[in-house]
Design a protein around this ligand. Sequence first.
Ligand SMILES: C[S@@+](CC[C@H](N)C(=O)[O-])C[C@H]1O[C@@H](n2cnc3c(N)ncnc32)[C@H](O)[C@@H]1O
Length: 275
Amino acid sequence: MDHHEYIEENRAHWDELAEHHPETDFYDVEAFLNGESSLRRLEREELDIADRRLLHLQCHFGMDTLSWVRNEGVAHATGVDFSPTAIETARELRDEIGLTPERAGFVESDIYELPSNLDESFEVVFTSYGTIYWLPDLGRWADVVATHLEPGGTFYIADGHPLTNPFAYESTAESLQVAHPYFNTEAVTEEFDGSYAGWDFGLENQRSHGFSHSMEDIVTALIDAGLRIEFLHEHPWATFDRFEAMEPDGDDRWRLPEIEYELPFTFSLKATNPA
Ligand SMILES: C[S@@+](CC[C@H](N)C(=O)[O-])C[C@H]1O[C@@H](n2cnc3c(N)ncnc32)[C@H](O)[C@@H]1O
């Protein structure tokens, strides 16, 4: 399959997930509508971007995009996703919480097509949790980031640590089972009637294709696109139950119980576009 075919199958899969995710406890739309931020503590603590203009790549149905504006004082946010259903829901949620399109806009676009669909650059480009895994080519992704980042602007990503990609969901601290590649040597094609947010949705488009990008690939792609890395942090917890055996620590974070030595389950990276 070529990149275009991967992306079209992923789009069909994600468009269906976007119908079901707003109904799940994982996303808790009700709490969001009641004013709660959907952002995690990590990005809120590491990114001080009040009054700035933000581009949010792979925004899903927009709760994080809208939270940056409503809860964190961002001047304007534009969310981008290739799922028409996700973008439609994002616009509905925006209207429901009373934000205007001037404060929060949404663009339906494949990330790779974004320079043709959005002729604007931003002070901040943000992406988080489960985004680059769906992209076959990180070099082209990093070029899109750089294209839409103003000189002097900030890029930030928080996501599952690449080290977790190879291990099966059933892994425990005593037995980490290597079930997938660490290096991006082949697409990880899977068929599930569900996602991290729920099961048995009755999906027609169950097949999806992921790409396991190593830490080297991520950092090198950004450097090659001309960005300067400001920090790369590794965190010994996940933001959801990445493994069946994980337990919540009561503080928005999930850990593998009884692990003798900590492993990185999440990373965050900040870079700038040199002026
Ligand atoms: C795991 S979700 C992101 C989740 C987000 N952090 C959240 O919790 O709402 C991945 C998103 O990437 C989008 N996506 C996947 N491939 C894409 C592509 N090539 N272009 C644009 N969006 C894409 C999907 O539609 C989905 O909304």
